[in-house]
Ligand binder design. Structure first.
Ligand code: AMP
Length: 417
């Protein structure tokens, strides 16, 4: 039975909390962006303030064995600073029982990187490259068996379990999903997870209409499932960025050197057909800012998107396309944005993406619900200073993408079941 963090009484309780502290570190192991640490604070502070104690667990990077480069000890100082209490450190997440047992109300313990153990992901490691299918299967069986002990050990540290790691909610790992079964009546989402789940529901379940999705980014292939799910749900589908050229080519356009995927043209046409059948308004780019090379200082020129000369490449949305999209955005009550509409990393080709961020901010001010989720659009709104001018910016790239593909995320299901 799912509990709710607001109603749960943590007095005297030990909570094991899965957070996503997978923060970027520089070569001196200093944190370059502590957003993920700060976003988990409301949950951790709530437990401590009520006289509970926290056992904090996370992964960092993708170590395949114990590797000091990926040690969570690099972040203990910052976690202590943010939390306002000294944070103890357990340098082996499987040997932390004495430290967990000794925790007093108001105290915090951070466990070493969960992914030092193959059991966290439940995937075998160190298999020979030429391993047969039989060998792979046998190795998987072994790790799955030892995963039970791994999860049981983590669960033995605490009285209740909180999942506040949206960034890994799409993974059925030991600490993100399997551990929940040890806390049938004492498992819950943290505040960050609750916020993310509500944001997804606001768009996919309870959207006020018109509902518009703006999907950009580089490739159709990485967003195909997103497009297929959304085309049955939205009123307007704006398709921009690199992926737009596959649609234009599929419709008979001449796209010069622009990014495209020939093998996905049939899927692009299928999406357009489905949209037509369902009465969904699809808005593609009409003209595009092109460059002659993938470079910030390359000459720029705007061309009709169906007639891009051979030596030019589409790299940003044009004012004409942006004007069409602005009208749609400002007439919408709910808007989801995933993926930049141009090569926003190059300042000369960032105007389109900046304009979308501005339009979303204006729509939000006018009362629309706006969610920016998944990958580079989050980086774009943050970088451009619009993160607090939209309704919600998701913290989970892959997890948000899978949620908008319509998938049930294991980390969410494990708590709700
Ligand atoms: P994604 O991770 O799929 O959201 O894609 C984000 C990437 O798409 C960013 O790195 C953008 O530079 C890239 N992108 C957007 N528009 C274009 C374009 N017209 N040509 C090439 N890349 C693009």
């Amino acid at each position: 039975m799912q509990q709710f963090i607001d109603k749960y009484d943590f007095t005297g309780k030990k909570a094991i909390v899965r957070v996503d502290f997978n923060v970027p570190l520089n070569e001196n192991f200093e944190i370059t962006d502590d957003t993920r640490i700060r976003r988990a604070m409301p949950t951790l502070k709530k437990v401590l303030a009520e006289g509970g104690s926290v056992i904090i667990m996370s992964h960092l990077g993708r170590p395949k064995k114990v590797d000091p480069k990926f040690s969570l000890k690099h972040i203990v100082g910052r976690v202590s600073e943010c939390l306002g209490v000294p944070v103890q450190f357990a340098d082996d997440c499987m040997k932390a029982k004495p430290q967990a047992d000794a925790l007093k109300p108001g105290e915090a313990l951070l466990l070493e990187n969960l992914r030092y153990y193959a059991e966290e992901e439940g995937k075998p490691r160190g298999l020979a490259e030429d391993a047969t299918d039989e060998e792979k299967k046998a190795a998987k069986k072994v790790v799955k068996e030892s995963q039970k002990e791994f999860v049981k050990t983590l669960a033995s540290y605490a009285d209740c379990y909180i999942n506040d790691a949206f960034g890994t909610a799409h993974r059925a790992h030991g600490s993100t999903a399997l551990i929940a079964e040890y806390f049938p009546n004492d498992k819950m989402f943290g505040y960050l997870m609750e916020g993310e789940i509500k944001a997804i529901d606001n768009v996919l379940k309870n959207a006020e209409r018109p509902l518009t999705a703006i999907i950009g980014g580089s490739k159709v292939s990485s967003k195909l499932a997103v497009l297929k799910n959304l085309v049955g749900k939205v009123d307007n589908l704006i398709i921009g960025g690199g992926m737009g050229y596959t649609f234009i080519k599929a419709l008979g356009g001449h796209i010069g050197q622009s990014l495209h995927e020939d093998d996905l043209m049939p899927d692009a046409l299928e999406i357009l057909n489905t949209a037509k059948e369902k009465g969904v308004n699809v808005s593609l780019s009409v003209a595009t800012v092109c460059g002659q090379a993938f470079d910030n200082d390359t000459p720029r020129q705007i061309f009709d998107i169906y007639n891009i000369p051979d030596e030019w490449e589409g790299m940003d949305a044009s004012p004409a396309s942006l004007e069409n999209w602005r009208k749609i955005i400002l007439a919408s009550k709910t808007i989801l944005w995933n993926g930049p509409v141009g090569v926003f990393e190059l300042p000369n080709f960032a105007k389109g993406t900046l304009q979308i961020a501005e339009d979303l901010a204006e729509a939000t001010k006018n009362g629309a619900y706006t969610l920016v989720g998944g990958g580079d659009s989050v980086a774009a709104v943050t970088q451009m200073g619009y993160a607090d001018k939209v309704s919600y910016v998701s913290t989970g790239g892959g997890a948000m993408l899978e949620a908008i593909e319509g998938k049930i995320l294991p980390g969410i299901a494990a708590i709700q079941d």
